[in-house]
Write a protein of this length. Structure first.
Ligand code: SDX
Length: 394
């Protein structure tokens, strides 16, 4: 029975594993990080607080959180020679191409942590990667828009630093909007981990070979990029632009139901959730207030998304298949309101998911029974047969 999952210490041949980090109940729409409900963390915690929770297993006390914040802040800079790396990208390179390439290249700079059997080296690598993702993202954004790179300012919060590296310019003062800072910090929390999704499984499988953490996280970026996974937030905005008006929604609902039509409702459906994705519930709830506070309250694409959801969830095709909005359906509406272009949405997903990838990578390597992952297959090819010389082939 191929549906039967077995756990084995390495990376089970069926692709499952055992983990203490994140719990999902897909039927009930429940998501817990180390036992804490996502709703409570999204409302009360900061992203770095959640990052430390995922890595260390418990909510930090004041001293522990300050120490973690300092450890991350200490590593926000990247080697200046990386600027040359960015100059090699074409001006219209997709930012996920830049992120995936540059994150993987970090292994060329950090030989001091090459021995990842040492837990201290794993933790130092974790701090470096979490700290440098926004700096690399900011550089990719500035390369995209043709503006000078902005270095991290360590007096700013993690998310404030990210906004500053995206939007500050030498020619004018840039003031961080606290509404934008809080909205983005909450979105990073909502994306921080999600059990064994495709990109996390990729990080685990790559990491199980003993490769360096920068390469493993780069493989996670590559997997996340796909439109069926983290690339869906960008695809949702493209879909809403294509649909254009509420009047056109029924036509696209029919396209999504047509098996002969490759069109899918982006931001709808999930491998695990057969109920409303709790992250989508939170984002949908905060959308209006964030957009109002940012002065773009009457965003027609938000209204279109809400009507699209209503019409889809009144249609038997979606109800019978338990297809609900997922985390990607509304997140792009807020990213856009923050002034972020849709090509960059998945980069923000990657920044949010990094602590989850890291925590899962560390959990796997700290398991003394851990072995290289080696999923197997069900062979359906030709039975054994002998070679036929060329002159005797038809
Ligand atoms: C993420 O795994 C994670 O945890 C991922 C993630 C995370 O945090 O890491 O949550 C992030 O990746 C969210 C998903 C983002 N992707 C999208 O929004 C892309 C659109 N969604 C679909 O491509 C799809 O729903 C998937 C990829 C998410 C899931 O694909 P499955 O496993 O094939 O979906 P399913 O088995 O539930 O499908 C059941 C039926 C099928 O039709 P039938 O064969 O039964 O007739 O529903 C259909 C599917 O064709 N279906 C859709 C649909 N999604 C599934 N039909 C129309 N539109 C859709 N979006």
């Amino acid at each position: 029975d191929l549906g039967y999952f077995t756990y084995d210490p390495g990376y089970s041949t069926s692709g499952s594993c055992q983990s203490d980090i994140t719990y999902i109940d897909g039927d009930q729409g429940v998501l817990l990080y180390r036992g804490y409900p996502i709703e409570q963390l999204a409302e009360h915690a900061s992203f770095l607080e959640v990052a430390r929770l995922l890595i260390h297993g418990d909510l930090p006390n004041k001293n522990e959180l300050e120490a973690f914040d300092q450890a991350i802040t200490h590593h926000t800079m990247v080697n200046e020679s990386l600027r040359i790396f960015f100059n090699g990208f074409h001006y219209n390179a997709h930012p996920m191409a830049m992120l995936t390439g540059v994150v993987g290249s970090l292994s060329a700079f950090y030989h001091d942590t090459i021995d990842i059997t040492d837990p201290e080296n794993r933790l130092l690598s974790a701090h470096r990667i979490i700290a440098k993702m926004p700096t690399i993202a900011g550089a990719a954004f500035k390369h995209m828009v043709g503006e000078p790179f902005v270095h991290p300012l360590n007096r700013l919060s993690y998310t404030g630093n990210l906004l500053n590296m995206l939007f500050a310019r030498p020619s004018e003062d840039y003031e961080i909007n606290p509404v934008a800072e809080r909205a983005l910090d909450q979105l990073l929390i909502l994306h921080a981990d999600h059990e064994q999704n495709a990109s996390t499984s990729t990080v685990r499988l790559a990491g199980s070979t003993g490769t360096n953490p920068f390469a493993a996280i780069s493989s996670g970026c590559a997997a996340l990029w796909g439109p069926a996974h983290g690339g869906a937030n960008e695809a949702v905005l493209r879909m809403l632009s294509e649909i254009g008006t509420v009047e056109a929604v029924p036509k696209y609902i029919e396209k999504a139901k047509d098996k002969n039509d490759p069109f899918r409702l982006m931001g709808f459906g999930h491998r695990v959730y057969k109920n409303y994705d709790p992250r989508a519930t939170i984002i949908r709830k905060t959308c209006h207030e964030v957009l109002d506070e940012l002065g773009v309250g009457n965003d027609p694409q938000l209204e279109l998304a809400i009507r699209l959801e209503e019409i889809a969830l009144a249609d038997d095709y979606f109800v019978e298949r338990k297809l609900y909005p997922n985390v990607d359906f509304y997140s792009g509406i807020i990213y856009r309101a923050l002034g972020i272009p849709k090509e960059f949405f998945t980069v923000l997903f990657a920044i949010g998911r990094t602590p989850g990838w890291i925590a899962q990578w560390m959990e796997m390597l700290s398991d003394p029974e851990q072995r290289i992952g080696r999923p197997r297959q069900l062979y359906t090819g030709a039975a054994r047969r002998d070679y036929v010389p060329l002159h005797r082939r038809g």
